[in-house]
Design a protein around this ligand. Structure first.
Ligand SMILES: [Zn+2]
Length: 164
């Protein structure tokens, strides 16, 4: 059985954020707090650049609540070598959309959303069959739906970029 604990985050940096595709990044002074993995047994709550929209199908979410999963504990022990040093951990969350890519339909800035541990492109074979955990989307690695806090930066942060 997996147990979850809830962590509330502060309100963070209130300066205006801009992450238009192609804009220089990181933007000087635009930093947030995040839990960063630095190798087995080593983690730090530190300042990192804000995430930005990288593809038209991305959104940026301001995290209100995230979780610590048993999987995070495995990562912190060094059991998941695919997690690179410097990765922001966390693969679930609740928050509000602050930025949205130009190709995103059905969501808008200000929407409150749940971020699933499984990221799904929604249109390739496995996703069309409802087998989202084997998503073949281009982020992370094909066939691995769990990418947040694993193969891309995750939700234990003030803001997170969510693909698709
Ligand atoms: Zn997919």
């Amino acid at each position: 059985m997996i147990s979850f604990s809830s962590v509330s985050l502060g309100s963070g940096n209130t300066a205006e954020r801009s992450s238009q595709v192609g804009a220089p990044w990181p933007i000087e002074g635009m930093t947030m707090k995040a839990l960063v993995y630095h190798g087995p047994g080593q983690k730090a709550w530190e300042d990192v650049p804000d995430p930005r929209i990288q593809k038209p199908t991305d959104i940026i979410v301001k995290i209100e609540t995230t979780t610590i999963c048993g999987t995070d504990l495995h990562i912190l022990k060094g059991d998941v070598p695919a997690v690179e040093y410097g990765r922001i951990l966390g693969h679930e969350g609740v928050g509000t959309i602050t930025e949205i890519g130009s190709a995103v339909a059905g969501l808008t800035i200000g929407d409150r959303v749940i971020i699933s541990c499984i990221s799904a492109c929604g249109h390739l074979d496995y996703c069309r069959q409802g087998v989202y955990s084997h998503c073949l989307g281009e982020e992370g690695a094909p066939g691995i739906g769990w990418i947040l806090g694993h193969l891309i930066d995750g939700t234990q942060a003030e803001f997170v970029r969510v693909p698709y």
